[in-house]
Ligand binder design. Structure first.
Ligand code: C2E
Ligand code: CA
Ligand code: CA
Ligand code: CA
Length: 275
């Protein structure tokens, strides 16, 4: 090393490289995950707040990695969004969710999460239409969950894509409501079917009365706009009691079930026959 000043810089480089290398490796592994059949959909029920009946299931992706184990979407969806991998993964999610929902014993709805970048990189309405038709699934059994960030980069395109989904009869939910910067303005831009109040509000329910006031106000706002209101992240019976009191329509959270693979009786029978 000739000069001390550059030495400091050099010391920093290997760790940067290591980080980039790890990222590139994960990206490369992820690009083959569909072909290797490593992606899974877990499902979490959405329950009627008043009757306790299951109304739908949200599909939540997992990566069953041979070495890393079960990888959470927080670890690979952002990476997929930064590359073009989100298009193929997102298509896999829509196709798999429709195929699986078609074999459920009851006509529960199925919700899929769609990334904003999927709206730009692929033709989501066409992919959904094909998946519904292939599985003879009624369009109103599919719910597309998007966050308001879909409007940030290209609002005109977002409204166009949402309208094309809506024309087919697919339901639309605005996810993580209340935790962004300008959620309210997006309610004017597009008529959703449903609002999902972000978990952060429920977390604070026991601790301060402001959380209660805010959830109550969002529920009323949603109802006045003709929207169904779901609260996610419900973990305790005490939270559920308050949410029912506030008039929320649907609840989702560990109190009812954690996301898990759906195993059909017919699958068990198949496995028994093979054994
Ligand atoms: P999200 O859409 O807001 O999903 C809700 C997350 O909260 C899920 O985490 C779920 O497991 C978790 N959750 C549900 N109930 C409770 C509860 O009572 N307590 C707590 N602490 N957490 C609860 P998960 O499955 O790790 O997914 C994280 C995020 O990854 C999702 O947030 C969604 O933004 C994204 N994601 C998941 N699957 C997909 C997918 O197929 N495509 C895309 N683009 N994004 C996905
Ligand atoms: Ca969601
Ligand atoms: Ca959410
Ligand atoms: Ca979220």
């Amino acid at each position: 090393v000739k000069d001390e000043g550059r030495g400091g810089l050099r010391f920093f480089e290997p760790s940067m490289n290591a980080h980039l290398h790890a990222r590139r490796q994960l990206e490369q592994e992820l690009s083959g995950a569909i072909a290797r059949d490593e992606l899974r959909l877990y499902y979490q029920p959405l329950v009627n707040a008043n009757t306790g009946e299951i109304e739908s299931f949200e599909a939540l992706i997992r990566w069953q990695h041979p070495m890393r184990g079960l990888v959470s979407p927080a670890e690979f969806i952002p990476l997929a969004e930064q590359t073009n991998l989100i298009a193929s993964i997102g298509q896999w999610v829509i196709e798999t969710a429709c195929a699986e929902a078609a074999s459920w014993p009851k006509p529960w709805r199925v919700s899929v999460n769609v990334s904003p970048s999927q709206f730009r990189q692929s033709d989501v309405p066409a992919i959904a239409a094909a998946a519904l038709a292939r599985n003879a699934l009624a369009p109103n059994r599919l719910v597309v969950e998007i966050t308001e960030s879909v409007f940030i980069q290209d609002a005109t395109n977002a409204v166009d894509v949402l309208s094309r989904l809506r024309e087919q009869g697919i339901r639309l939910a605005l996810d993580d409501f209340g935790c962004g910067y300008s959620s309210l303005s997006y309610l004017q831009r597009f008529k959703f079917d449903k609002l999902k109040i972000d978990q952060s509000f429920v977390r604070r329910l026991g601790q301060n009365t402001d959380a209660l006031t805010i959830i109550g106000a969002i529920v009323n706002l949603g109802h006045n706009l003709g929207l169904q209101v779901t609260v996610e992240g419900v973990e305790t019976a005490a939270q559920l009691a308050i949410l029912r009191e506030l008039g929320c329509d649907q609840v989702q959270g560990y109190l009812f079930a954690k996301p898990a693979p759906i195993i059909l009786a017919s699958d068990l029978e198949q496995a028994r026959l093979r054994a």
